[in-house]
Design a protein around this ligand. Structure first.
Ligand SMILES: Cc1cc2nc3c(=O)[nH]c(=O)nc-3n(C[C@H](O)[C@H](O)[C@H](O)COP(=O)(O)OP(=O)(O)OC[C@H]3O[C@@H](n4cnc5c(N)ncnc54)[C@H](O)[C@@H]3O)c2cc1C
Length: 328
């Protein structure tokens, strides 16, 4: 196991864009690499992706491994996983962090099987254990009631997918340079049982929840699907996005992709307005990192009223129109 050196992060790049999760993984990875006295390396797979290497160096990567080939233009699980497994076999990284995005969750699981190592999925914190240099990856478990720290004692690399928004984005140092190492795509070996047919963008309001600076979220207290129109008005007025707790999703009032929490998305906006949400631990797991929390609730004893910076006691159907009136 001592042949395995350096901390790798997977820099997800699709459709001409580098995912912001790459910068978050560079923050997490930098600390691990410094604690181990090893290098921080980023991995880029795709077509026309080498151009992102400069950005990765400026955000902290020492080395960038690139496999750039038209066959990698569109993400296919087994092709990407086979390339990663071959890269790992050749360069032997010690730790390997991937983003727990849809793509990253799928890729990390498959790659870990091909590599033959352990994976901690969906972690929220990673640290190096000082005594033995092992990766300790922590994630919520038992419905968010416990935090479990998971290790991978007998195989390398120790792999982990890290929840988006768990770490700040790495700071940029203009002009910082590093080494690019190219890895050849092998069409005979990097094959797939699947075939890419077409990419269909999901319909939505276009605003990415994970990047929204203001979020207006509704819970069971909204009472009906149409109630979200009122929340949307407030969100639009503040230049933000609408989101939900699990209750409205379960009731079919709003699509799952808007769900915040343990089994939904993690967000860190500047302002989170929770309307008719009680603030159960599974919901809080997805939004407690918000800068300012405003809760609107009929029940002054609701848990969210205790954690909110501003707790507004009242019916959301009175309070939101009043807020809109003031914002006019
Ligand atoms: C394994 C597991 C995973 C889970 N994952 C998630 C997750 O990812 N996200 C998530 O959100 N939940 C999740 N849950 C569910 C979670 O435990 C709660 O059931 C859920 O968050 C409750 O949603 P809520 O706050 O909207 O509803 P409730 O708890 O029913 O609260 C509704 C609130 O609205 C208030 N209210 C009612 N009417 C009004 C009104 N007119 N104006 C103002 N206030 C009003 C009430 O006082 C109450 O506080 C998970 C649960 C489990 C077991």
């Amino acid at each position: 196991m001592k042949d395995f050196k350096n901390v790798w992060i997977f820099a997800q790049a699709q459709r001409g864009k580098l995912s912001p999760t790459a910068y978050e993984l560079l923050t997490a990875g930098r600390k691990l690499a410094d604690d181990l006295g090893e290098k921080l390396c980023a991995v880029l797979l795709g077509h026309d992706v080498e151009k992102f290497a400069k950005d990765l160096f400026e955000h902290g990567a020492d080395t960038v491994y690139v496999c750039d080939n038209p066959a990698l233009e569109n993400y296919i699980d087994d092709v990407y996983a086979k390339v990663l497994a071959d890269m790992v076999a050749e360069y032997k990284p010690n730790k390997f962090l991937l983003p727990a995005t849809n793509l990253g969750r799928s890729l990390s699981a498959k790659a870990a099987v091909f590599i033959g190592t352990g994976l901690t999925a969906d972690a929220t914190e990673v640290v190096i254990n000082k005594e033995d240099g092992q990766l300790h990856a922590t994630r919520p478990t038992f419905g968010g009631n416990l935090m479990a720290t998971i290790t991978c004692a007998h195989t390398r690399p120790e792999m982990c997918s890290l929840r988006p928004m768990s770490y700040e984005k790495a700071a940029r140092t203009e002009g910082r340079m590093g080494d690019v190492i190219k890895f050849a795509f092998d069409p005979a070996k990097h094959t797939s049982l699947a075939k890419f047919l077409q990419f269909i963008k999901s319909e939505g309001d276009g605003l990415d929840l994970s990047e929204a600076e203001v979020i207006v979220a509704g819970g069971r207290g909204v009472g009906k699907a149409e109630g979200f129109n009122l929340l949307k008005k407030l969100a639009d007025r503040l230049g933000g996005a609408v989101a939900a707790s699990r209750a409205p999703v379960d009731n079919g009032w709003i699509d799952y992709r808007y769900q915040i929490g343990l089994t939904g998305r993690t967000v860190k906006p500047k302002l989170y307005i929770a309307c008719g949400i009680s603030g159960q631990i599974q919901h809080m797991a997805g939004m407690s990192g918000s800068d300012v929390i405003v809760a609107v609730n009929k029940d002054p004893e609701a848990p969210i009223m205790k954690v909110a910076n501003y707790a507004v006691e009242g019916d959301l159907y009175d309070v939101i129109p009043a807020m809109l009136e003031v914002l006019k």
